[in-house]
Design a protein around this ligand. Structure first.
Ligand code: F0G
Length: 358
């Protein structure tokens, strides 16, 4: 088979937002998408279902954001943008910084001070973005970024940019292209609610005039301390260890509710403890290393199963949204909050064999 070329070349006829650009517009791509769909053996056994993981940490910058950044950056550059801006809990900034570099334009990112994972901070800086730590949370960063893009010649590349959702819908296409049809249920974390919006659009388009015969129920999960959609009102001071989804007033709130209603799905919350349990499950039992927020969908599936709400025999896809190396500190903690310290040994085969219990 031909090598994967990135989501725009692979799905161009389903991306009118880039198809409509002037001839000669350059695709800004890092060959994103085409991520693994991994059969989750142990989750399948536990739930009696056929569970798959869409491993979005395998994108070029380590999260699903790259799917939307290729389209947003391609449109921005075609329209003459010289600079982009975004607010971010970390992954969007890493992705925007990388794609701005590929495009040869400048990038500014606003992040909540002290609340983004080190790996993501490092990525934005490595790619040469101007990174400003804002004394405020993500919602405040987004408010400022929006205003900045209205008053100054900088393009906003958050998921309120329509090109972002368009690119991200390709993940649903890939799931159907591999499984042959839509799953029965799709689980994923919800933060600013762009991704659940994008998957729902992708599944809907593929059911209307593509290879899918039906659409899945969408099950979205917020962190309990940052669960505005579940509560039905914004959360002023969102909290969770899953910093990627520490968001109190999601921009795509209405679209997320629409996805829930139209699909007969649900948006629920999971505690930080459940998120970390699911994070450990994925690492220790499936071999898939994700960042904590990414485990929220799996945490929600396990909760629903424990509540007797998961009928056996269903086909379920969980999107795991970002790579574990973004925020590795959580792997070095024990379930009761202790620190994991590797055992020290002499450079001696007898010592090593003894330490291994051989
Ligand atoms: N998982 C990860 C790893 C994320 O980084 C995000 C969002 C989500 C899930 C939630 O997706 O916002 O579309 O509902 N991160 C954004 C950022 C907010 O700035 O990187 P969503």
């Amino acid at each position: 088979a031909a090598p994967w070329r990135g989501v725009i070349p692979e799905y161009r006829d389903r991306l009118p937002i880039v198809g409509g650009l002037a001839p000669g517009a350059r695709d800004i791509t890092l060959a994103e998408g085409g991520t693994p769909l991994v059969r989750a053996q142990r989750l399948s056994e536990r739930t009696g279902c056929e569970v798959w993981l869409k491993v979005e940490g395998c994108n070029p910058t380590g999260s699903f954001k790259d799917r939307g950044m290729t389209t947003a950056m391609t449109v921005a550059v075609a329209q003459g943008a010289r600079a982009v801006v975004c607010a971010s809990t970390g992954n969007t900034s890493a992705s925007a910084a990388a794609y701005a570099t590929a495009a040869g334009i400048t990038c500014a990112v606003l992040v909540p001070e002290g609340k983004i994972a080190m790996g993501k901070l490092a990525q934005a800086i490595a790619h040469g973005a101007t990174l400003l730590q804002v004394d405020g949370n993500f919602d405040e960063c987004l408010r400022v970024a929006r205003k900045l893009s209205e008053a100054f010649p900088v393009e906003l590349v958050n998921s309120v940019n329509p090109a972002r959702i368009e690119g991200q819908k390709t993940a649903a296409f890939e799931v159907v292209d591999i499984l042959g049809d839509a799953p029965d249920i799709h689980c994923l974390p919800v933060g600013n609610a762009g991704n659940i919006t994008a998957y729902w659009r992708g599944y809907t388009e593929y059911a209307e005039d593509g290879p899918a015969t039906h659409r899945p129920r969408m099950w979205g999960f917020q962190a309990a301390g940052s669960a505005p959609i579940v509560l039905g009102h914004p959360v002023d001071e969102p909290e969770t260890i899953a910093t990627a989804i520490r968001i109190g007033n999601p921009a795509s709130w209405e679209q997320a509710v629409a996805a829930r209603e139209e699909s007969g799905g649900a948006i629920r919350s999971v505690t930080d403890e459940q998120i970390l349990d699911a994070h450990r499950w994925l690492s220790a039992l499936e071999g898939v290393f994700v960042e904590p927020a990414s485990a929220a969908g799996v945490a929600g599936l396990l909760q629903a199963h424990a509540d007797g709400e998961v009928e056996p025999g269903q086909r379920i896809v969980c999107t795991v949204t970002g790579h574990g190396l973004k925020d590795p500190q959580w792997a070095l903690r024990t379930a009761d909050g202790g620190e994991v310290l590797p055992t020290r040994v002499e450079a001696d085969v007898v010592e090593v064999a003894r330490a291994l219990g051989l």
